[in-house]
Design a binder for this molecule. Structure first.
Ligand SMILES: [Zn+2]
Length: 288
């Protein structure tokens, strides 16, 4: 954790511990989701996933720009960098109302995610993605905010005057922020419900079970693989279960007709139906 100039910079693994110690005195019930658009992966001078530009230059650059717009400080409370590191704005601490969405900042916390996530823009790194999910989960837990699209809100779901639309509507929304390809899905409510919100929800559950540190991209991959294995095994078991007590299959129909006076109902295991068929064939051979 490093404090320099107007920012406190930390690793994603340090965030929860830091947040737990903060005393939040204002009412916060909305977590805003933004992309910075500029700075982005180009201005950060990304070379094979690593930014060449000095991180403080990026952070102070945003602040200077905001001050030049007549704002009292950095617009956002929190910034998530392209490598997942998290910066807290010292001149816009969590207890200060942010300048994130004009007309809709009271009771909100503003998080800016460095990058341009419009279609054709940057592809979010796995580290940044994991940090973003972890950050919103920690904030939701700390502030007791439900993880849904009424409380974790995209900038694009508001008009230019700050009126709530609740979804991205081209022509009505003030901006495309956090990007028409945010999280590889887009900036609509349906897109948020498809991957972003469920990801934050499962991170909340993981933290509740005692996982303080965010998952690394590698751990996430392993978990996804494990999930896929478990799902395919569950499918196999379900197929086997269905075979234990199945309706008479087509291929056993003739045998069933022959023996039906001796069979209580038309249900049985796969093995039962096979035996009936074999027995029926034997019977037929004997009779001929
Ligand atoms: Zn925005």
């Amino acid at each position: 954790m490093i404090t320099k100039g107007n920012f406190l910079l930390m690793e994603p693994s340090e965030f929860k511990g830091w947040l737990d110690k903060q005393s939040i005195t204002r009412k916060i019930d909305k977590l805003q989701v933004h992309h910075t658009a500029s700075p982005n992966y180009s201005t950060r001078q990304m070379v094979s996933g690593v930014a060449k530009q000095d991180v403080w230059k990026c952070l102070e650059g945003m602040r200077s720009y905001h001050l030049s717009q007549g704002w009292s400080g950095t617009g956002q409370n929190i910034t998530v960098l392209e490598d997942g590191r998290i910066a807290i704005s010292l001149d816009r601490d969590l207890n200060k109302t942010p300048a994130g969405i004009k007309g809709a900042n009271t009771g909100a916390l503003c998080v800016e995610i460095v990058g341009n996530f419009d279609l054709g823009g940057d592809t979010m790194t796995d580290s940044q993605r994991q940090a973003v999910i972890h950050l919103y989960a920690c904030l939701a837990l700390k502030l007791n905010i439900p993880v849904d699209t009424s409380h974790i809100v995209y900038h694009a779901w508001y008009t230019a005057s700050g009126a709530w639309i609740g979804d991205y509507k081209k022509g009505e929304s003030s901006k495309t922020c956090p990007g028409t390809n945010f999280f590889g899905q887009g900036n609509t409510k349906a897109a948020a419900e498809k991957s972003f919100i469920p990801d934050v929800k499962s991170e909340v559950e993981r933290i509740k079970k005692g996982g303080d540190e965010p998952m690394t991209a590698e751990e996430k991959k392993q978990m996804d693989e494990l999930k896929a294995t478990v799902e395919s095994q569950a499918k196999w078991i379900a197929t086997q279960k269905a075979k234990e007590n199945m309706e008479c299959p087509k291929w056993a129909e003739e045998a069933y007709e022959y023996y039906k006076d001796y069979i209580t109902d038309k249900k049985g295991s796969y093995e039962f139906w096979r035996l009936i068929v074999v027995s029926y064939r034997k019977e037929k051979v004997r009779k001929n």
